[in-house]
Design a protein around this ligand. Structure first.
Ligand SMILES: Nc1ncnc2c1ncn2[C@@H]1O[C@H](COP(=O)(O)OP(=O)(O)OP(=O)(O)O)[C@@H](O)[C@H]1O
Ligand SMILES: [Mg+2]
Length: 211
């Protein structure tokens, strides 16, 4: 069976796309899967992370990487689906041709969103783009504070709009930031942390969605 493709997309900048790609990919890797990560964002944040990781030479054979865009995007994703079990695509904070192509190439689109009503509303265009392409799509609340009324308001906004959202959420946690700086994910850098438990729950909920 060819690999499943998860595209992490959100037009709004800084919502946590690259963070989610890294945390998800490293958790899948730790679970014994062959993983490929694809950076289609010219900002190259995922590429920067990969560069730090390369120095660790941990698992180059099991984690493939590609920075690609333009006319080669689809063929590159196709190539990686033959080599890996799961391909995770990081996309730019807008809806250009590449971002749309990455959504079309996906079996599942994850839309990270910070827990505020404004951010929920700003997710509309990405959710609609995925729905138009007939893709499974889920909002993923990210940087959720330990407590806070805005989270409740964000959940109310999600419910009111009828947006599909994961039960899994990622908290606003320092290990998510620190692990990236070291070329790692939290399952590797802080395996017993609350952050790692959240990522494990994210994987558990995501896998059935991609079949
Ligand atoms: N769960 C989290 N806890 C703490 N900090 C976080 C979390 N998620 C993301 N951040 C921080 O928020 C900032 C934006 O995250 P990230 O770069 O992953 O977002 P992005 O959607 O990829 O941004 P862009 O749209 O620029 O590509 C980064 O500084 C990151 O370290
Ligand atoms: Mg990014």
């Amino acid at each position: 069976m060819s690999a499943r493709v998860i595209t992490v997309a959100q037009q709004k900048g800084g919502a946590g796309k690259t963070t989610v790609v890294v945390q998800l990919a490293t958790a899948l890797l730790a679970g014994g899967r062959e993983v490929a990560v694809v950076d289609i964002d010219p900002q190259g944040s995922l590429t920067d992370w990969m560069r730090v990781r390369e120095h660790l030479a941990r698992d180059a054979r099991h984690l493939r990487f590609s920075m690609v865009g333009g006319w080669r995007l689809q063929s590159e994703i196709d190539r990686l689906t033959r080599e890996a079990d799961i391909v995770v695509v990081d996309s730019p904070p807008h809806a250009d041709t590449d971002a749309k192509a990455a959504i079309r190439a996906a079996d599942l689109v994850l839309v990270p969103c910070q827990p505020s009503p404004l951010d929920v509303w700003a997710s509309k265009s990405t959710l609609e783009a995925a729905a138009r392409s007939g893709r499974e799509v889920r909002l993923l609340l990210n940087r959720v504070p330990a407590r806070g009324r805005v989270t409740e308001e964000a959940l109310a906004a999600i419910a009111k709009q009828g947006y599909p959202a994961l039960d899994a959420r990622l908290g606003n946690r320092q290990p998510f930031v620190a692990s990236l700086a070291r070329g790692l994910g939290v399952v590797e850098s802080d395996p017993r942390s609350a952050a790692a438990s959240e990522v494990a729950a994210l994987v558990e909920e995501t896998i059935p969605l991609i079949g």
